[in-house]
Design a protein around this ligand. Structure first.
Ligand code: SAH
Ligand code: SF4
Ligand code: F3S
Length: 439
């Protein structure tokens, strides 16, 4: 009889890719993926703790499995991801959800098969968390689920300790994979027919800092030089490490997308300092100018936080003015969320919820109107889209251009994985709609 697994993923692209690694492990044990958690013999929750609501979301969903587990006693429930790496959280999870079978961390997800066998062998609850930095596993065999896109980890962890952020505590110090392994992985993905490679790390620009291996711009160049038609992306870049050399490499390689995610977080120097971001507003703008000098059409996206402790109305307005000045093509916006154990959690002047809510609404409005304005400029133009998926509800295929803009279009045949010329007919906020132009 077939055995099934179901994975629920929270958080960032890093976690999405790690869920592919978990899927690889489960399929090597003979499990197949299923749509509904009710049908699963193994249910995995790959959690995130970047903000309180990410954490609550996971807690809520794990809680909902209590009834199912009471009916399906042999079902295995496993909880992994960043949440479990917080000091003391594994015990809290175990007490709150005693029916969870396996609790594992991000550093040891490659041992999940062993934990499942232990549990099936009769061990009551398997709780295995490794603190510290974790070994790099170069032998992962992810079961990729996002053709034609593929993700490759290049670094793990983070050394930056932005004062609001939990990532360095749950992911450990930054460590880089060997470039020869990354390049070999990229080569084999391209040979298999993947059309877009995204290099992943918390701060890709500091790849190999302090090692004798190649730098990030050199790594990008080596991958861009692999034969074949494909796109190359990377995230995330930290502005303090973003160099003119990198901008030059983007400009010099057609395969590297002219689309850079450069999280600024705030437009106020006082807030940036308190966040420990290690750049000023002026330095950030200078980096953008350098990038635009080399790559004039570069689409720049960002992350912004409102309601950081001590943020005044003037500080917030500085963020609005920075957004206007840079003209981001889109942005992720967040209300500051207090994370225990971080420096900012102990700062005075935590901002009341109603003030943060008002600020995020104003910010989102500005971002949306910028994005809409930029989308409208597309109408009438023909752009090259890499088709990524089919939206069954709309009956339309979808994909993105090199700048990351999403477009929907019709096709009578399956065009997923193809580069297509699409003439844009209309723009609806962030996304576009058009039709394929045959040449
Ligand atoms: N390493 C990346 C992104 C990490 S998390 C970087 O430094 O850019 C993604 C985003 O979540 C961050 O850019 C930040 O905007 C947001 N974030 C992180 N911690 C947060 C917190 N405590 N509250 C609200 N947003 C947060
Ligand atoms: Fe968090 Fe800052 Fe590291 Fe990004 S760079 S993961 S925001 S500590
Ligand atoms: Fe990512 Fe969330 Fe962990 S954003 S690194 S999954 S805390």
């Amino acid at each position: 009889m077939d055995k099934f697994y179901h994975i629920t993923t929270y958080g960032c692209q890093m976690n999405v890719h790690e869920s592919e690694k978990i899927a690889g492990i489960l399929s090597s044990l003979g499990y197949k993926s299923c749509e509904n958690i009710e049908d699963a013999d193994i249910a995995v929750f790959n959690t995130c703790c970047i903000r309180e609501n990410a954490e609550n979301h996971a807690f809520g969903n794990i809680g909902m499995l209590k009834k199912l587990k009471a009916k399906k006693r042999d079902m295995i429930i496993a909880v992994g991801g960043c949440l479990t790496q917080q000091i003391g959280k594994a015990d809290i999870l175990h007490k709150k959800f005693p029916y969870v079978d396996i609790i594992f961390g991000t550093h040891n997800l490659n041992k999940l098969a062993e934990y499942i066998l232990k549990r099936q062998g009769g061990k009551k609850t398997v709780i295995e968390i490794e603190q510290g930095n974790g070994e790099i596993c170069e032998e992962d065999k992810p079961l990729r689920t996002s053709y034609p896109n593929a993700w490759i980890n290049i670094t793990y962890g983070c050394n930056n300790f932005c004062s609001y952020c939990i990532v360095p505590y749950v992911r450990g110090r930054e460590r880089s994979r060997r470039s020869e392994n990354i390049i070999a992985e990229a080569k084999s993905l391209i040979a298999e027919g993947y059309k877009e490679i995204t290099l992943l790390g918390q701060n890709v620009n500091s790849y190999n800092n302090g090692t004798d291996d190649i730098s990030f711009p050199e790594l990008l160049t080596s991958i861009a030089n692999i034969n074949g038609k494909f796109r190359l992306r990377f995230m995330t870049s930290h502005p303090k490490d973003f160099s003119a050399e990198l901008a030059e490499v983007i400009a010099g390689n057609a395969k590297i997308c002219n689309n850079v995610h450069l999280p600024v977080q705030s437009g106020s120097n006082a807030v940036l300092k308190a966040m420990n971001r290690r750049y000023t507003r002026e330095e950030y703008i200078k980096k953008i100018e350098t990038l635009k000098k080399y790559v004039p059409d570069c689409a720049i996206t960002t992350d912004l936080i409102v309601g950081f402790p001590g943020e005044t109305e003037q500080d917030f307005e500085d963020t609005l003015s920075l957004v206007r000045e840079v003209g981001f093509s889109s942005a992720f916006t967040f209300v500051y969320s207090k994370r225990n154990g971080t420096v900012a959690a102990n700062m005075e002047n935590q901002i009341p919820e109603d003030v943060s809510k008002d600020r995020i609404m104003r910010l989102v409005e500005l971002i949306n109107s910028n994005t809409r304005e930029q989308s409208l400029k597309y109408v009438g133009r023909t752009v090259e889209i890499l088709c990524e998926d089919y939206d069954g509800k709309r009956g339309l295929y979808l994909g993105r251009d090199e700048y990351g803009r999403m477009a929907y279009f019709e096709s009578s045949t399956n065009v997923i994985g193809e580069f297509l010329n699409v003439k844009i007919k209309s723009a609806n906020g962030v996304s576009l709609a058009g039709e394929i132009v045959k040449d």
